[in-house]
Design a protein around this ligand. Sequence first.
Ligand SMILES: [Ca+2]
Ligand SMILES: [Ca+2]
Ligand SMILES: [Ca+2]
Ligand SMILES: [Ca+2]
Ligand SMILES: [Zn+2]
Length: 584
Amino acid sequence: MKKYILLSLLSFVFWVTNAQKSDIAPQDLNGIRAIGSPANPKVKMAWDSYHDYAQVTQLGRDLVKAYPNLVKMESVGKSYEGRDIWVLTISDFNSGEVENKPGFYIDGGIHANEMQGVEVAMYTAWYLAESFQTIKFINTLLKEKVFYIVMTISPDGRENFIYKSNNSNTSRSGMRPFDNDGDGLVNEDKLDDLDNDGHIVMMRRKSKTGRWKVDTKYPTRMYQVKGDEIGEYEMLGYEGVDNDKDGLVNEDLIGTYDPNRDWGWNWQPNYVQNGALFYPGTLPETRAIKAFIVNHPNIAGAQSYHNFGGMFLRGPGAAEDDALFSSQDIEVYDNIGKLGEKMIPGYNYFVIHKDLYTVYGGEIDFLSLTRGIFTFSNELMTSYKLFNQKSTAGRWDNDEFNEFDKYLLFGDGYLEWKTFNHPQFGDIEIGGPKKNYIRNHPGFMIQEDAHRNMAFSLYHAYQTPKLEIIGIETEKLSGDLVAVTATVMNTRIIPTHSLHDVKNKIERPNYISLTGSAVVAGMTVQNEDLNLFTEQKFTPETIAVPNIEGMGNVKVRWIVKGNPSGATVKVSSAKGGTVSDKIK
Ligand SMILES: [Ca+2]
Ligand SMILES: [Ca+2]
Ligand SMILES: [Ca+2]
Ligand SMILES: [Ca+2]
Ligand SMILES: [Zn+2]
């Protein structure tokens, strides 16, 4: 009897270990699993808070540990303060070399106060790894593509935003000191957290000539009086004192430069483009990412997450570059951007300089115009998300954030006004929105928007070129000559080269080669019915094809001596990957 119990116990243990070994965890099969999400992830994460640098790093390490065949983590360089800028390479390492797969680049949080970009990038890395075994689409995607995810591109600024006193607009940049007011001193008059609560809020003072009043409906909200209405308060800006007694308050803050004006396309100096530094690539963070992008010519699509406004932005950043976006390339952007508007209600597909503002030396232009990469930048969060309806006023003018705060956040979004005795302004009051409200999603909304934005980028990544040799035909000619004709199709909507790339010869052409057969002549078929060919006299065995359009195809033909059966046709494309087939 004892033996029997032991045996059945052993077989139970055996069954359990076996079940754990299988690709799909039993908990994921039914019951608690919600469709589209891993129920039993190896790396446990909660997506209702923002993560600091140590936690971002830890997620990368945990994913590498749990999924060594899917995730690799490297440092692309150091930030100004010496933090590693991590890039996660995510792909199925068991199916082909990653360098030979179309790549998709993602980064988040170049503007450090725009916190959720980092969370979307982290969520994407986590979701891809955790869903590889359960969701067929993700499985195929990681077999065919490689993702390069820089979770936080400005780690110093993010640490500052989290651990130091800030408002929702600081710190937008990194920590490099800069003399903003030209007095020979750096960071000499920073924001001052008067009550030391971590939030830099507004200062107001009672005034008979003031043009501001308290909104009786939402007492933390101030509004500007109009016409002949008498005001009650004057506004004195963000919490601060004149530290260096130069008659200005908060005039030399930490990091007022803009890392998204430091890139090498249409860069302009600071007097034209506010926030630019000394030359394109002044910052170590920018230089590290540029080198990474240039060293990965397989990157065919890219996404850089920002906030605020609910937008899918494409270039150019400046009107004078409009002509560089051909109708052919715009059609690709339209296809992806318009679907995005359906995938994320409240988000709009826009052009940076037309619908937002002019940006010189921006990262999006660097990616799309210097490197020929089809790039979107999503501006995360919009007031549409509050009540699923379009706002009638701008972010700072409407009272929807106050209403949302009252009924859905129970007052957690704002600090009530309180008195303070200021060394220069006397009796004032301080209050207003917390640093992590307005621009950044409230906790319960982070995951849904992360998922929707990830889905948009996965669709974008899916549409990077996929090359297939759809047919190889042989035809006996006179003597021992044989014509070999190969048809190569791109079955996705992104071409191997943007038209801008082709015109400027940014990336090498695609090569279609025939090996294992004596090639006498090689040519591109222009029109088979009308017998139009373009012969390539130099290296006829390797035909250079400048572009294979989205959903388009090319035909190449070789004239060979003798029976070509067993010879190999190979397509090699920097952004379209490699594929080969043998002649039967
Ligand atoms: Ca100064
Ligand atoms: Ca404060
Ligand atoms: Ca000063
Ligand atoms: Ca000052
Ligand atoms: Zn931004």
